[in-house]
Design a protein around this ligand. Sequence first.
Ligand code: VGL
Ligand code: ZN
Length: 188
Amino acid sequence: MAPRVNYGPDDALLVIDMQNDFCEGGALAVTGGAALVPGINDQIQAAKEAGALIVASRDWHPVDHVSFTHRGGNWPVHCVQDTPGAAFHLGLALPNDAIRVSKATAFDRDAYSAFDGTGLGGYLREKGIKRVILCGLALDVCVQETALEARREGFATLLLSALSEPVYSEAREACYQNLQNADIEIVA
Ligand code: VGL
Ligand code: ZN
């Protein structure tokens, strides 16, 4: 089931945090995470053929990051820099020239949006990007925050809803509502 997006050179496909720790068997596993990989690979292929920019973000925490429970945060230890859990899912077919963005790298501050503290917004504008298309993990955390910030940065923004899963399944509908309220298009 390939989502219907016509990619072009003004588009950026943002693949959010498709890392082992967010997939089954990982430290902060999202149900259905690994199963997104083939569909996301189809999007990467379609985007590449159309000359769209492909961006892959990763959650990239130092040891003892402030978001970890033993430091008073909300999350188990996950996506620690240079550990297998922080690596991209092995099945993810990222072209060599895809842009990699690491986020939440400071000890004392968490960041859910791939735009937060990364300079990604300015970079996309420099590249002439007008629209951002999102997929990946997790819908209710980093995908949602990245989509909202993309829209605030002035990009037309589209979520591929069949290619994103939440940490908390009960949060799914509220996420879609939040995104729609922010003028973000949702496409199955
Ligand atoms: C994420 C929880 C904690 C995400 C990152 O990528 O959605 N979720 N850190
Ligand atoms: Zn994190």
